[in-house]
Design a protein around this ligand. Structure first.
Ligand code: ZN
Length: 291
């Protein structure tokens, strides 16, 4: 994504009824199609989205067009934005100056192609007795769901367990505006922990080198830490830039390799930047204060 390797995953689940989880943005479409073609995929049954942020779902319309049999599976709150992406696009344009360069274009998904998910349970039959279940995990976004394959014990966590790049070796929180909510995030981590998953796959990026329990514990700790830091900054009269600065300082102090390896630091920044995280936490804190 954005010219870097290992930032955003698209997971391919082979079988009689093949699925992908996430699509990456339209700017990654050539790579995604090349990967699917290398895997011998001629059609897909399922395009499953953890949530509709552009890095996860930006190419959903393109892929639905390319794979005409596929059903697009998304939480109910996100579905209208796939049918008409204009509001989602406008809201992202407030955060990113170069929308076309970063995200390409977002094609609408025809409403009759969408499977709307409004409760947990089986959302995709993969064939051979395998199935994917939705696990509602709000917090990063209100319409976020994780996907669990009970047969294998694989859990696709989207952004609900934060970002874990193996080379970084620690959880980097993902707390963007406008919907980040600490309590909902912590509750979602508990829900995922209760599944007893064998392996966890964050979308950023790949099979987690941490055991799922440890990933969820570290994700919860990283969120608490980030919010506590932001609260200190706010009490001292600081705003979003100061919160972002503080989040960056703390992470670099804990992970000095990010200072030496600027390519790795850039890659981490592509998943979610300190500024974006700061702005999401600031918004959460002001909502909480307003009650
Ligand atoms: Zn997201």
């Amino acid at each position: 994504m954005h010219g870097a390797e290992g930032v955003t995953a698209v997971y391919f689940l082979p079988g009689p009824r093949p699925a992908i989880i996430e699509t990456a943005p339209a700017t990654s479409l050539t790579r995604v199609l090349a990967g699917l073609s290398a895997a011998g995929v001629s059609d897909l049954d399922w395009i499953v989205l953890t949530h509709i942020h552009l890095d996860h779902a930006g190419a959903a319309g393109h892929l639905a067009q390319r794979f005409p049999r596929a059903r697009v599976v998304v939480r109910a709150e996100g579905a209208p934005h796939l049918v008409d992406p204009s509001r989602l696009w406008a809201s992202a344009a407030r955060l990113y100056p170069d929308m076309d360069g970063l995200w390409g274009s977002m094609l609408p998904v025809p409403p009759d192609r969408i499977d709307v998910v409004s409760s947990d349970g089986v959302v995709a039959d993969l064939g051979d007795g395998r199935r994917l279940e939705a696990v509602y995990t709000p917090g990063h976004a209100r319409h976020h769901m994780a996907l669990f394959e009970p047969g294998s014990g694989d859990l696709f966590t989207g952004d609900a367990a934060g970002v874990f790049l193996e080379e970084v070796g620690a959880v980097h929180p993902a707390t963007p505006p406008p919907e980040f909510d600490l309590e909902a995030s912590l509750e979602s981590l508990r829900r995922m922990q209760a599944l007893g998953a064998k392996r966890a796959f964050p979308t950023h990026f790949g099979l987690s080198a941490l055991e799922p329990d440890q990933l969820f514990d570290e994700a919860a700790a990283s969120l608490r830490r980030a919010v506590a830091l932001a609260e200190e900054v706010v009490v001292a009269g600081g705003g979003v830039p100061e919160i972002g600065g503080r989040l960056r300082e703390e992470e670099l102090a804990a992970l000095p390799r990010l200072l030496e390896d600027t390519a790795l630091a850039d890659r981490l920044g592509q998943t979610t930047s300190y500024e974006l995280n700061a702005s999401g936490i600031a918004r959460y804190l002001s909502k909480r204060k307003a009650g």
